[in-house]
Design a protein around this ligand. Structure first.
Ligand code: THG
Length: 267
């Protein structure tokens, strides 16, 4: 399971202020804490308006790379910002994201192909987020036609079925899980990812809901997720579920995480 740490996101108030104020120490601490907690990739979202986003994303990339040695996931819909950041990265990054929206495909997919990146593909298009599984799969199929045409192999694509807030519609998780299973069947080489914390938005004790969804999503084939790795409950659901699903040889990751006190009672 690949953990993509979500915390360096300028749409969060404190992070947005740190970006504008060029508060490197604050950002670097978020980077170190997430890597220490088990993130294999860090999502980087400047969250600022398009005119200043290229400079802000470049600053974020440099700042984080001065603190940690980890793959980055450049989270932007702005090809200019992505292009500038791509010139700075030390390791080939993930790009978050393409979708069936034409400007996003024509602006971002060529960057993915040219730089050999992996890419998150959102199951939405210019008409929005489709309600049903079949409609989402129609978008996903079109996206694979495009990525294949661009020479991006399926194993570099992370499909995000899009997880919405349960509080607004109690079937959103079922739709996301069914979409995950359908992608697994039809595109076995591809990966799956999702922004987990969306599901619990507006509900109390959010970690409980995030944990339940994470466990079910892992069973549906989820192999990476955009999460808060510092959330102990998330880590616990993750390690225990992977163990139960037979994805942890000799129970090694689970027992190691226990010993390091990253999960379990001692914490
Ligand atoms: N899919 C993809 N990318 C994504 C998302 C997704 N990127 C952004 C987002 N969703 C995932 N990232 C975050 C980052 C931070 C927070 C939530 C999701 C977060 N939220 C607090 C909350 O929900 O209460 C509030 C903000 C705060 O703490 O200041 O922290 O779905 N491909």
């Amino acid at each position: 399971m690949l953990i993509i740490g979500e915390k360096i996101n300028g749409t969060r108030k404190e992070v947005g202020a740190a970006v504008v104020d060029r508060n490197a120490a604050f950002i670097q601490e978020l980077a170190r804490d997430q890597v220490e907690a088990g993130a294999g990739v860090l999502d980087m979202n400047a969250g600022t308006n398009p005119s200043r986003e290229p400079d802000d994303l470049v600053w974020l990339v440099r700042t984080v790379q001065d603190a940690v040695d980890v793959q980055l996931c450049l989270d932007s819909a702005n090809p200019a910002a992505l292009g500038s950041a791509l010139a700075e990265v030390k390791q080939t990054p993930m790009i978050n994201s393409i979708s069936g929206e034409p400007p996003r495909l024509t602006g971002i997919l060529p960057l993915v192909a040219q730089h050999g990146c992996s890419v998150i593909a959102l199951a939405l298009d210019d008409k929005g987020i489709p309600k049903g599984v079949q409609e989402r799969m129609a978008v996903v199929r079109r996206l694979f036609e495009e990525t294949r045409k661009a020479g991006v192999t399926d194993d570099r694509v992370y499909v995000d079925p899009l997880v919405m807030a349960l509080a607004t519609d109690n079937q959103v998780c079922n739709v996301a899980l069914d979409t995950m299973r359908a992608v697994r069947n039809e595109f076995p080489e591809a990966h799956l990812t999702a922004g987990l914390s969306n599901v619990s938005f507006g509900l109390p004790s959010r970690t409980l809901v995030n944990q339940a969804f994470l466990t079910l999503a892992l069973a549906a084939g989820l192999d990476s997720a955009i999460v808060d790795p510092m959330d102990r409950g998330i880590r616990e659901a993750l390690f225990a579920s992977e163990l139960v699903l037979g994805r942890d040889r000799h129970c090694r990751n689970y027992t190691r995480a226990i010993r390091a006190r990253r999960i379990g009672d001692a914490g």
